[in-house]
Design a protein around this ligand. Structure first.
Ligand SMILES: Cc1ncc(COP(=O)(O)O)c(C=O)c1O
Length: 408
């Protein structure tokens, strides 16, 4: 059954009910969020009908079942990125996660007055704003690593800025605008063990194999809704050393071992980070999403399909070089299957967005929450087309038909 689906690629879409309801839909805004397969929708519905209760507190069958599924979901994710389930923390989304982690680092005195944090100019606002807000209160310095003209890391600039004052290095594994895969391993080699190395995997984990052992980061941020799970589920890998070391930001009964009227003591496990009734339903949806990926494609297969679509997109874009500027390059290597571009004809982003929308093609235009990158490139907006498992060559064909209409 599985290999039949794999061979007959148009059938993949059938696994996603949204395409039954909207057969003409060409959904190319997957970098923002992906559609959900029937397996996830049905499973969540069954779970809510049959097995749901709050977790961590009930000694009865429903609560135990919910708790087991919640834990299984962490085990599956740990298997995917090669870490221990005890190093996985769940909360809301990437943005929330980076805010929380930034606050926890400051609260635990890991980043303080005159210290430095290194970021990249291409970062999503989620990985800029939390640091900027805190730096105004705690007076640490933020420096941005420059990029070369072809969007590579400017290593000379890195070597100049990386010194003993640097306590945190934080960057996205894959930029949500250029779609380049960053040289994480090389950065890891260059920074000292004591530096907290934080990787935003929001755009890499849904698309490619990511292995914690290999990238050796201290924290990896992921988001469930970009990989077929429900919204409002953030996943954080936090190295066990830091699970013990960092103070949690939000306290609640599950985070503490003991409370008296004048003090409290904290748990040592990931539990001290989940200070809330967690998103149990979201975790269960992630479990099913990961099982779907495992059963049908697993990451290597996704990457295989992706590489094929990347080549097709590169070919189509290369035929329109005069009218289109890609934000990054036509190089099919070292990237994921999303392309951002500007058009050389007089058009504003609303107009482009609109034309695609009228043809039932969902793309994204504007800044993609990356103002600093756009400003550094002297462009005011870009359009972004991002594919996923269910996209086909036909979708790409339709997209270019409409694009040709726009660029004339
Ligand atoms: C690289 C990157 N980081 C963070 C985020 C924020 O993710 P969320 O919307 O789940 O907070 C995004 C969203 O597009 C992203 O692309």
């Amino acid at each position: 059954m599985i290999s039949i689906i794999w061979r007959n690629k148009d059938k993949w879409k059938k696994l996603f009910p949204v395409f039954d309801k909207h057969p003409e839909l060409v959904y190319l805004d997957n970098a923002a969020s992906t559609q959900k397969p029937k397996a996830v929708i049905d499973w969540v519905s069954d779970f809510l009908k049959n097995d749901y209760a709050n977790i961590h507190r009930g000694l009865y069958a429903l609560s135990e079942k919910s708790e087991e599924l919640y834990y299984q979901s962490k085990c599956k994710l740990a298997e995917l990125i090669n870490c221990k389930p005890s190093e996985i923390i769940y909360s809301h989304n990437s943005t929330y996660c980076i805010n929380l982690l930034a606050q926890a680092l400051v609260n635990s005195w890991k980043l303080w007055k005159w210290d430095k944090i290194l970021l990249w100019i291409r970062e999503h606002h989620s990985n800029i704003l939390p640091w900027q807000t805190l730096s105004k209160i705690f007076w640490f310095k933020i420096e941005f690593i420059k990029e070369t003209e072809d969007f590579q890391i400017d290593w000379k600039d890195f070597d100049k800025k990386f010194n003993k004052k640097v306590k945190i290095v934080s960057l996205s594994h894959v930029s949500n605008v250029t779609w380049q895969i960053m040289e994480i391993e090389k950065i890891r080699e260059k920074i000292w063990d004591k530096v907290f190395f934080m990787v935003d995997g929001s755009q890499s984990v849904p698309h490619m194999p990511v292995d914690i052992e290999q990238i050796q980061c201290d924290a990896l941020i992921m988001t469930g809704h970009k990989m077929m799970a429900q919204t409002w589920l953030w996943m954080l890998y936090l190295k066990y050393h830091w699970v013990k070391e960092l103070d949690p930001l939000i306290l609640w009964w599950w985070t503490v071992k003991d409370v008296s009227i004048d003090n409290f003591s904290l748990q040592n496990s990931v539990d001290k980070r989940e200070a809330w009734t967690p998103n149990i339903v979201g975790a269960v949806s992630l479990l099913k999403a990961l099982e779907t990926i495992e059963k049908i494609w697993w990451m290597e297969k996704i990457r295989e399909h992706e590489n094929k679509l990347i080549k097709i997109l590169c070919e189509w874009f290369s035929k329109r070089k005069e009218q289109i500027n890609l934000v990054w390059s036509l190089n099919p290597d070292n990237r994921i299957w999303t392309f951002s571009f500007t058009v050389n004809v007089e058009k504003n982003f609303n107009k482009i967005w609109d034309v695609f929308a009228k043809h039932n093609i969902c793309i994204r235009t504007w800044w993609h929450c990356a103002y600093p990158l756009h400003k550094s490139l002297n462009i005011w907006w870009s359009a972004r087309v991002s594919t996923y498992l269910y996209n086909t060559e036909k979708d790409i064909e339709k997209f270019f038909e409409v694009l040709d209409e726009i660029i004339g």
